[in-house]
Design a protein around this ligand. Structure first.
Ligand SMILES: N[C@@H](CCC(=O)N[C@@H](CS)C(=O)NCC(=O)O)C(=O)O
Length: 231
């Protein structure tokens, strides 16, 4: 059984969605990132960047246990292990990897900054709010144009690229975006949202979703002294 080190955030949801879609057995090991559990030495051994999600598969490629961190790498690992949601045909496969990398390098990091400056930052910095809200709108536009041409991000098939992107777009309000401005994206979003497997993935530890109220302690752990303490 796969151990999933997890907290219910968009990056965590990518993996619970895959595990539900593929029907794999897994056990959730909570990593309360508001309490600083991501800095525990045993967790850092499997995820040196102090971020969840991470997995440990007792049955790795050589039959030995393997730990994998970074949600994009986890999705690729699980897709290869199961032969699901990563097409075999070379063109479709590289399209899936392209859109997965677009999510990992663009959608995730940029859409994470928009709520940070819109809601969490102790000062309201107009330049930063505009910069990241505009960048979010630009990325939504890229996804919308793509989904005007294809059913799913990588083409005709539902893949790990969709699973990686969907959880981030659930926070469109906090990112200053309106789905009605992106009709192709909205069509795809509603379709994925209606999948029972996606719903089950999103619901894992639902009561703890996000980091809750950002009190002083959580702020220090996630964005302040505790995050940046020399290790
Ligand atoms: N690139 C990483 C990002 C993961 C990430 O940012 N995880 C956040 C929660 S969504 C986290 O664990 N934060 C804890 C921290 O920064 O200390 C991935 O995709 O797995």
């Amino acid at each position: 059984m796969i151990d999933l080190h997890y907290w219910p955030t968009p990056n965590g949801h990518k993996v619970t969605i895959f595990l539900e879609e593929a029907g794999l057995d897994y056990r959730v090991i909570p990593v309360d990132i508001g309490k600083g559990q991501q800095f525990e030495p045993d967790f850092l051994k499997i995820s040196p960047n102090n971020k969840m999600p991470a997995i440990v598969d007792p049955d790795g490629p050589d039959g030995q246990p393997i730990a994998v961190f970074e949600s994009g790498a986890i999705l690729l690992y699980l897709a290869e292990k199961t032969g699901q949601f990563l097409p075999e045909a070379p063109r479709d496969r590289i399209a899936t990897i392209e859109w997965l990398m677009f999510q990992m390098g663009g959608v995730g990091p940029m859409l994470g900054q928009a709520p940070h400056f819109r809601q969490y930052a102790p000062e309201k910095i107009e330049y930063a709010i505009n910069r990241y809200t505009n960048e979010a709108a630009r990325l939504y536009g890229v996804v919308d144009r793509r989904l005007g041409e294809t059913a799913y991000l990588a083409g005709d098939a539902y893949t790990i690229a969709d699973m990686a992107t969907f959880p981030w777009l659930r926070y469109h309000d906090r990112q200053g975006q309106n789905l009605d401005d992106f009709p192709n994206l909205k069509r795809w979003y509603e379709e994925l949202k209606a999948r029972p497997t996606v719903r089950r993935g999103i619901d894992v530890m639902r009561d703890n979703a996000g980091v809750g109220t950002l009190d002083k302690e959580k702020f220090s752990v996630l964005f302040g002294d505790k995050q940046f303490a020399k290790r």
